[in-house]
Design a binder for this molecule. Structure first.
Ligand code: FAD
Length: 417
């Protein structure tokens, strides 16, 4: 067991700027708002962090799991952390504190070392922080900023109609003889070339896999991504997204630097008879395509459970992979499209469709073999949770009990950005 730290020593929580992919997961997860960021780094406020560890499991890279023993009076400030390109090494503590013994004048004081006595329980996340029990074991962080893998572009084409403002590309990357094992639901990081306004290399951007574990082309060492070209920011102002434009403009035979893979919870179940409920918008369809294709390639085995898809877009022409999706057999996948801007149709969102299909959704929720996946815009989380709750409550059942079970059993997963 760890000896308690002397009161003047802090086990300071730090984020490794070299590995962090700036996905914001830690900041969203932290129950006490100790994590913040600027245009460069994600940092932890030593005055607020209580070492509750809630942010550690959801971090896709492990960059969050860094600790330094420092004198409280010399804790690294936010300003120092914002300026880092890499983590500082361990600084030796004064000898009288290094062995964990309190200094004489502090011997009687109670230990206040936060990490030795976590005070906050894990926050109430909407989804699970564990994978389904039967998920395959994922590999993560095989390739890092310092040693990325090189992949070659073998395909890049648009999967939304040319006449729409939504430019979404299907991009196929081949790893040749470089091992890059992945599972459906995982993501990879792309290192765009060039530097940011401060002259630092651009940080990596994360993209979900759109292909199953055995490759975009079965048996090949390749994978696919679904990338939306960002031409305006979240407020609708013109903005040229660094990485999405780089990716959408790649030509065949260009090479890209890749890190990862990332993600160890948003994974599909592996056991026979497992049902998947998939709820997505836009590029959130990437992991759903990967999982659906995994099931499609196994149809002949006869072990698949049910597949139910809720897919939202403004119009059919803006819905990535619309053509191939519609060709899937109806008895293989139950497809529910929610179009919010289709002329001559009432506006419908994925949560409306979930309510319309309440009886089927309820039956699937009640089945312990069902896993639910939600991916797409951040804003959809609350609406989807509300719709699932309504379906359950209207059937006279207790949503909070079911919601807890879904999270505990790794059956409800969110990936929103
Ligand atoms: P930046 O240069 O980083 O940003 C430019 C401006 O656009 C900024 O103002 C920024 O706030 C704003 N902006 C950033 N992202 C968006 C957006 N999506 N819509 C509107 N404005 C935005 N993206 C995909 O296209 N496909 C995926 O499968 C995918 N999977 C992801 C999985 C995870 C786990 C995460 C965390 C993100 C995922 N993303 C995905 C988002 C992706 O990582 C990038 O954030 C996105 O491509 C924008 O990067 P950029 O470099 O082009 O824009």
């Amino acid at each position: 067991m760890n000896a308690p730290l002397p009161p003047e020593v802090l086990k300071q929580h730090l984020i490794d700027p070299e590995i962090c992919i700036r996905c914001n997961t830690c900041e969203e997860t932290c129950p006490v708002d100790a994590i913040t960021h600027d245009g460069t780094n994600y940092v932890v406020d030593p005055g607020i962090c209580n070492g509750c560890m809630a942010c550690v499991p959801p971090c896709p890279t492990g960059s969050i799991d860094n600790w330094r023993l420092v004198l409280r009076s010399e804790a690294y400030s936010l300003q120092e952390q914002f300026g880092w390109d890499e983590l500082p090494g361990e600084k030796p503590l004064p000898e009288n504190l290094a062995d964990g013994a309190p200094a004489d004048d502090a011997a009687a004081a109670p230990s206040t070392a936060a990490v030795e006595a976590p005070v906050a329980s894990a926050p109430s996340l909407p989804g699970a922080s564990v994978p389904p029990w039967s998920a395959a074991h994922p590999y993560v962080n095989l390739y890092t900023h310092k040693a990325p893998a090189t992949a070659t572009v073998v395909g890049n084409y648009r999967v939304t109609d040319e006449d729409t403002g939504s430019d979404i590309h299907h991009i196929v990357l081949d790893f040749g003889n470089v091992p890059f094992p992945v599972l459906e639901g995982q993501s990879i990081g792309i290192l765009p070339p060039g530097t940011d306004a401060q002259g630092r290399p651009h940080h990596a951007r994360q993209y979900s896999l759109a292909s199953p574990r055995d490759g975009e082309r079965a048996g090949y060492n390749n994978l696919s991504l679904t990338v939306k070209r960002v031409t305006e920011d979240h407020q609708g102002r013109p903005a040229r997204g660094v990485c999405s434009n780089y990716l959408c403009d790649l030509a065949k035979n260009d090479t890209v630097q890749v890190i990862g893979p990332f993600g160890n919870t948003f994974l599909m179940p592996n056991h026979a008879g497992a049902n998947l409920v998939m709820i997505c918008t836009g590029t959130g369809s990437a992991p759903m395509r990967a999982m659906t294709e995994r099931y499609r390639r196994r149809i002949a085995r006869g072990t698949n459970g049910r597949l139910m898809l809720f897919f939202g877009a403004r119009t059919q022409r803006e819905l990535p992979y619309f053509g191939p999706l519609m060709k899937l057999p109806r008895d293989f996948i139950d497809i529910n499209l929610a179009l919010s801007r289709e002329a001559s149709q009432p506006r419908r969102y994925v949560q409306d469709m979930i309510r319309e299909r309440a009886a089927d959704v309820l039956a699937l929720l009640a089945d312990a073999n069902t896993c639910i996946y939600v991916c797409g815009l951040k804003g959809m989380e609350a609406g989807v949770l509300e719709a699932l709750r309504d379906v359950v409550v209207q059937a006279g059942q207790d949503w909070s009990i079911l919601h807890d079970a879904l999270r505990r059993e790794g059956r409800l997963h969110f990936e929103t950005y």
